[in-house]
Design a binder for this molecule. Structure first.
Ligand code: ADP
Length: 471
């Protein structure tokens, strides 16, 4: 809109300038002709008053005063030449030179006048000299030429209406128009872009699994259609997200149920076998039954313990998302866990810290204990029986993170196990649940950190996790 206004201002300014110029030209030509007529009439009247005749050789003397008068009144240069074209007198001699008029009338002019033309004109208005000169015969009462009168019309004398003031006025009204157009453009563009902005913002804020507000828009124009389309897409998205979440939940529960069944079935088989064996022993050899019962009870207790542990681990795993976030001094917490392990483990566990200040992390205390428990248990279990086990825990403060490393000198992790290590249910141990590392990964990632590991087969493994420090 503004560009179009600017263009129209330039075009109308240009047309106005050209039109003014043309009008000025016409006006000045007519003005000159009017002045010329008036001079002629005044000279004729003067001649009439002087008796109607002036001898050609005394025209200069007779007319001199009149010439001055007329020249002053009309502000024009007037000169008189004799009939042969020679200069006699003029209102201002010096103007003759400044107008570069010759002391003799041009031959063509003389010819034109002698052939009966009432008026002969030299028009220099479009050259550098910029003047117009008109010649005519000054005739006596009976119409006999006495002399040649010449009137020069200098362009510097022209009246010109100032085109620039007109353009300035035009410019003022255009400034007003520019302002109005800017306001209109802003209003229109914000009317169009506001709903689009709202849609863009809402699109940015869309979160699956959360209630997303539809946009209400009354207009039934293109924007209305766009908003309708957005709302339709939103409800479709919410429906699909809900379906997906339900499916995911169902499949997670199915998987969990499958795992629980699998883990419980594992100890049940040996338990059943032992029970059948005990029954047979009771029937076949009741004398040594006491001893067998004792062994059976010990084995049953062990298996029941395993089942309890499995149940515990599953319940821990299920409880995980409900975290009680608090400010935790992680090195102190790690020291506590190490202490509890130290009393019951034959492996040497060391804890080293590299801290800048006293960093705290935002996490659930129980979950953090479980993270250390799992990593330490795994590390201890990885130590080969008979070898000197060393587990080294280091906590390092790196900018806004705490990086914890649990390093052991155990069997290490074979290459082909590595991609599945954090997958729930993956275990290489006969009594393992395969949930420890999956749980560690979940806890750490929910607390805003990362888990990773490095290992050289046969040389041990290092498990790392990082947690952001709280200010
Ligand atoms: P679980 O300990 O019940 O097997 P985890 O999820 O804790 O379940 O561990 C999964 C598997 O990762 C383990 O069975 C073991 O093979 C491997 N693993 C974990 N930690 C270590 C370690 N420090 N060194 C060697 N292997 C490990």
């Amino acid at each position: 809109m503004i560009a179009m206004l600017l263009l129209s201002f330039l075009v109308s300014g240009g047309i106005a300038y050209y039109d003014h110029y043309e009008q000025n030209e016409r006006y000045n030509v007519l003005r000159f002709e009017r002045k010329e007529k008036s001079i002629r009439a005044s000279m004729d009247y003067f001649l009439e008053q002087s008796g109607g005749f002036i001898p050609p050789d005394s025209v200069g003397i007779e007319m001199n005063a009149k010439l001055y008068e007329l020249s002053d009144v009309h502000n024009l240069f007037i000169a008189i030449y004799d009939l042969k074209g020679d200069y006699i007198t003029s209102s201002k001699t010096e103007r003759l030179d400044s107008l570069r008029l010759s002391h003799r009338v041009n031959y063509t002019i003389l010819k034109q006048l002698s052939s009966g033309s009432d008026r002969a004109v030299i028009d220099q208005s479009h050259t550098l000299e910029d003047y117009t000169v008109a010649y005519w015969y000054f005739k006596d009462i009976i119409g006999k030429p006495i002399a040649i009168t010449c009137v020069a019309y200098d362009r510097s004398d022209t009246e010109s209406k100032d085109v620039w003031s007109f353009i300035a006025e035009l410019g003022q009204s255009y400034v007003l128009l520019f302002l109005l157009a800017s306001i209109a453009a802003y209003t229109v563009s914000s009317y169009i872009s506001r709903p689009i902005q709202i849609i863009a913002e809402r699109l940015k804020d869309i979160e699956l699994g959360k209630r997303n507000e539809p946009i209400s828009w009354k207009g039934r124009n293109e924007i209305g259609k766009l908003v309708d389309e957005y709302n339709r897409m939103l409800s479709e998205l919410e429906r699909s997200a809900a379906t997906l979440a339900r499916q995911e939940r169902e499949s997670a529960w199915r998987e969990m149920a499958r795992q629980v069944a699998h883990e419980i079935k594992n100890p049940l088989t040996p338990m059943k076998l032992r029970l059948q064996h005990l029954e047979r022993s009771w029937k076949d050899n009741p004398e040594h039954f006491d001893q067998k019962l004792e062994r059976f009870c010990a084995s049953m207790t062990e298996q029941i313990d395993t089942l309890t542990r499995i149940a515990d681990e599953f319940s821990h795993f299920a409880k995980m998302p409900r975290a009680l976030v608090a400010r935790i001094d992680l090195p102190a917490l790690a020291a506590g866990v190490v202490e509890s392990f130290g009393t019951e483990s034959s492996v040497t566990i060391t804890l080293r810290t590299y801290l800048i200040n006293q960093p705290v992390v935002l996490a659930d205390r129980d979950q953090m204990v479980r993270v250390f428990n799992n990593l330490l248990a795994n590390a201890i279990q990885a130590i080969q029986p008979g070898s000197v086990g060393c587990v080294d825990i280091s906590i390092r403060q790196c900018k806004t993170y705490l990086v914890v490393r649990v390093q052991d000198n155990g069997v290490g992790i074979p290459e082909h196990y590595r991609p599945r290590l954090f997958v729930p249910n993956f275990t290489t141990k006969s009594t393992g649940t395969g949930l420890g590392l999956a749980m560690v990964k979940n806890i750490i990632e929910l607390s805003g950190g990362h888990v990773w590991f490095k290992s050289r087969e046969g040389r041990g493994a290092s498990f790392y996790f990082s947690l952001p420090t709280a200010s």
